[in-house]
Ligand binder design. Structure first.
Ligand SMILES: *[C@@H]1O[C@H](CO)[C@@H](O)[C@H](O)[C@H]1NC(C)=O
Ligand SMILES: *[C@@H]1O[C@H](CO)[C@@H](O)[C@H](O)[C@H]1NC(C)=O
Ligand SMILES: *[C@@H]1O[C@H](CO)[C@@H](O)[C@H](O)[C@H]1NC(C)=O
Ligand SMILES: *[C@@H]1O[C@H](CO)[C@@H](O)[C@H](O)[C@H]1NC(C)=O
Length: 497
């Protein structure tokens, strides 16, 4: 297990070194940090580890902004902070020391390991653990835990499908060239949005769209199509969340190709390399699974604390109508405005009930869920974040992922929809199906007339329009938003028509 503290002490990354699970970053205030908080943080992270989550996908991106030293940070934040930073550095050093000791030493055979987080907290209180004992118990628990995971089907599944990636070369090329441009071209680095427009990022009189993806081309199609179809493009604010690897390229793209008059913000989340491996494994395993960035949607209320209502779009959609009326839909106090997928003329795509997603032979599932309950779709959702913040949707989501993991993934297969179906139960307001047409990525009998009429079309499924296996007759609805005269697109030979 590795721990890495960002130089600013604003984040900690925790990762396992065997490469199959990884993650985590948590925001820690630079001041008032104590051993207790730190241990608490590590502990929470340790417990979150199996669920592969972004606790807070905040933008630090020190590397990209070339502000990786305390010095630089000090210059930025002013001398007042420096004293505190020094304290934290010392704290980190001490902490590393303890961890190192504990990491190389034997774990005493009679050490009593706690079975759960709650128990550890109460053991800690009752036995007045010192930092070292605490770290030892923690390590013992981690070891045990890693072993369990290794032995489970989960590890098998990940190892077997390792290294499968279905992102075509052209898309990689685009990302690389744009990243290069970021370092060599000041225009590509210019602030997005410009400083005078920053207040609009949290202005609720604007229409805020959220998109989370590591595919620059797909992001450009979503943004361009949304803006071109809009009757009020000057009201649009796009928040694009991407991973650290793609941040510079994504930023370059939108800095060099502004979608005036709409506003675009690019945020980087700290998913590291192993997450991407993990994502591609999941992708190979489960075609419907697109990227771990998908899990970010469960953190939207925390990521955008000032926003009240947002529309979340997947990166495999094309917007064909003005979406501003979505903000006027009465969600009747519910959190999630979504299209239901259990009725509709297309019986293949629109006949999804809970029984299609869950294993009803599993006693917990059978006891808690109704197999006939109608499913709904991710991909174009209106989220009322005020309502969301009063619920425990995220906790429920985590809880079920944990249970599924503990049952060796027998409750449902991998994916972000099943836990969401449970977590959002009772919080979904169905919206008219014409808003969101599904299934363009997994069948070939999609009705083209319906595609033309739909407000948003969704290439959910295996056949993404940016891949060669995409269905030819459906691809033009997507490619019409790709600018083939753009030099980067041209040089990367992307899907030349
Ligand atoms: C999960 O799988 C492991 C190894 O195959 C097994 O030992 C364990 O009992 C399983 N757990 C459950 C809850 O089925
Ligand atoms: C469904 O759950 C049952 C009971 O836990 C289990 O035996 C079975 O293997 C599960 N099916 C799948 C496909 O995981
Ligand atoms: C999909 O349908 C179109 C027209 O209906 C046809 O030209 C094409 O070959 C089909 N593709 C596949 C993969 O079946
Ligand atoms: C397409 O790219 C070219 C070259 O970068 C640019 O001049 C043009 O404005 C772009 N067209 C659109 C519709 O964005």
């Amino acid at each position: 297990m590795h721990l890495r503290f960002s130089p600013s002490m604003r984040s900690i990354t925790i990762s396992s070194n065997n490469g199959f699970i990884d993650l985590m970053k948590i925001k820690v205030a630079a001041c008032h940090i104590s051993y207790r908080t730190l241990f608490h943080t590590i502990l929470i992270l340790a417990f979150l580890l199996p669920f592969v989550f972004i606790l807070t996908a905040l933008v630090t991106l020190e590397g990209v902004n070339k502000c990786s030293s305390l010095d630089c940070l000090g210059r930025r934040l002013g001398p007042k902070l420096l004293g505190r930073v020094d304290d934290s550095t010392r704290l980190v050093r001490d902490f590393y020391k303890i961890l190192k000791e504990v990491n190389t030493g034997e774990i005493p055979a009679d050490l009593k390991l706690s079975d759960s987080f709650d128990q550890l907290v109460s053991d800690m209180k009752n036995n007045n653990y010192d930092a070292k004992t605490f770290a030892l118990v923690l390590r013992g628990m981690m070891d045990k835990f890693e072993k369990e995971i290794k032995e489970s089907k989960f590890a098998e599944l990940m190892n077997k499908h390792f290294a499968a990636s279905s992102i075509p070369k052209g898309i990689h090329c685009l990302s690389l060239r744009l990243t290069d441009e970021y370092s060599s071209n000041a225009h590509a680095r210019r602030q997005l949005p410009p400083p005078e427009l920053l207040p609009l990022l949290s202005d609720n009189s604007y229409h805020h769209f959220i998109l989370s993806t590591d595919n620059i081309l797909a992001a450009s199609v979503v943004v361009t199509s949304t803006v071109q179809s809009s009757r009020n493009p000057e009201k649009i604010v796009f928040h694009i969340i991407t991973d650290r690897k793609t941040y510079a390229g994504m930023h370059s793209w939108f800095a060099l190709n502004p979608v005036f008059p709409a506003i675009v913000e690019v945020k980087g989340a700290n998913l590291d390399i192993n997450i991407r491996k993990f994502a591609s494994i999941l992708q190979a395993r489960s075609p419907k699974y697109i990227s771990l960035l998908n899990h970010i949607r469960i953190y939207i209320p925390e990521l955008f604390p000032n926003l009240e209502k947002v529309v979340f779009l997947d990166d495999d959609v094309v917007v064909q109508h003005d979406l501003s009326p979505l903000w006027d839909i009465d969600l009747k106090g519910k959190v999630n405005g979504a299209v239901e997928t259990c009725r509709g003329e297309d019986v293949w795509v629109m006949s999804k009930h809970f029984r299609n997603y869950f294993n009803f032979s599993h006693p917990v599932i059978a006891k808690q869920l109704d197999p006939e309950e109608c499913a709904w779709a991710y991909g174009m959702n209106i989220f009322d974040l005020r309502a969301w913040r009063t619920t425990n949707i995220r906790e429920t989501y985590h809880q079920w992922l944990k249970e599924n993991l503990q049952s060796n993934l027998t409750m449902w297969k991998l994916g972000t929809l099943p836990p969401a179906l449970i977590a959002f139960k009772g919080h979904v307001q169905p919206i008219d199906p014409s808003w969101h047409m599904l299934g363009l990525g997994y069948q070939n009998n999609t009705d083209v007339e319906n595609v033309k009429r739909a407000a948003v079309i969704h290439y959910n499924g295996q056949s993404k329009p940016w891949m060669n296996i995409g269905f030819e007759h459906l691809r033009p609805f997507w490619t019409m938003h790709v600018n083939y005269s753009n030099e980067f697109i041209r040089n990367c030979h992307i899907l030349e028509p």
